[in-house]
Design a binder for this molecule. Structure first.
Ligand SMILES: Nc1ncnc2c1ncn2[C@@H]1O[C@H](COP(=O)(O)OP(=O)(O)OP(=O)(O)O)[C@@H](O)[C@H]1O
Ligand SMILES: [Mg+2]
Length: 269
């Protein structure tokens, strides 16, 4: 097995990137029985906190930055449950850029460190998801260079494609400058505001920009329960929990269809 590596991206803060990367990882591992590694490339460590809380993990001893410093990520993998592993992040990771500049000479060496260290782990997983901060930075560059696909989050009700559009220009730049070979897996609309609805104009513009096939027909609706899980951890106790899980299970199904299409195209080439 060689993991398909997927980064969840948008250069805007608080649009649901972390929720999507955690929940798709969770459903793939715990419902679809896939081997999943979630890599937290954000010094805020939101994904790590949510996973730890959900799995009753109270202590994280080693984090991703230890792995980068040791030149090996294998020893910092935290086994969450049977199918899910996490490479956790903590605030110490804020010194990543300084570390890269002190230890690697060229741009290319600096932005491909994650790729070099993830490659040997890929044989152990079906999927690797990477959660990144909302900045154009060494974190996002490293994630981009290490990934096969990007799942772009579209903030659906803000009448704004801004974060998603910037992401696409940046993909193009990284391709031209560093031959990044990342493909757009799809654009996933997320509704963060209560009572919001998917704005048709935004979705139409997204369809024009990304192509009809690339915009997910599933939408992540605003669900209070998803917010509650920040405090309680991910649950599956009542119908609100089940509804929240179903939202992401539908997204996972659509991701599978899209991935299968990419594979088909590849074998036809
Ligand atoms: N579909 C949703 N419905 C309701 N609340 C949501 C939804 N998705 C995410 N949230 C909440 O919105 C907040 C931001 O979400 P999240 O942390 O996933 O965004 P992010 O894009 O990763 O943010 P950052 O840019 O800071 O990394 C969190 O409190 C989260 O629980
Ligand atoms: Mg986040």
């Amino acid at each position: 097995m060689t993991a398909k590596t997927i980064v969840v991206g948008n250069f805007k803060g608080g649009v649901g990137k972390t929720k999507v990367s955690v929940m798709t990882s969770w459903e793939y591992a715990n419902v679809h029985n896939k081997k999943v590694l979630l890599v937290d490339m954000d010094p805020q460590g939101n994904a790590s906190t949510l996973i730890a809380r959900s799995a009753g993990i109270t202590e994280i001893s080693k984090t991703i930055f230890d792995g980068f410093q040791e030149g090996n990520l294998e020893n910092v993998i935290l086994n969450v449950n049977e199918n899910l592993d996490l490479i956790p992040a903590a605030v110490s990771f804020k010194n990543f850029s300084k570390f890269l500049y002190q230890n690697f000479k060229t741009d290319l060496e600096q932005i491909t460190l994650l790729k070099r260290l993830l490659d040997p782990l890929k044989e152990h997983y079906d999927y690797i998801f990477i959660d990144v901060p909302p900045t154009i930075s060494d974190y996002s560059d490293n994630a981009m260079m290490a990934s096969d696909y990007v799942l772009i989050i579209l903030q659906a009700q803000e009448l704004s494609l801004e974060g998603a559009e910037t992401y696409v220009s940046y993909l193009q730049f990284m391709h031209d400058e560093y031959q990044a070979e990342i493909q757009v897996l799809g654009v996933l609309p997320v509704l963060l505001r209560a009572g919001g609805r998917v704005d048709q104009t935004t979705v139409e513009r997204a369809t024009e920009l990304f192509g009809e096939d690339n915009v997910f027909s599933n939408v992540i609706k605003h669900l209070e329960r998803l917010k509650a899980w920040d405090v309680t951890g991910i649950k599956n106790d009542d119908h609100h929990d089940r509804k929240a899980h179903q939202t992401f299970l539908d997204v996972v199904d659509e991701m599978e269809e899209k991935l299968a299409r990419f594979e088909e195209e590849e074998t036809n080439v």
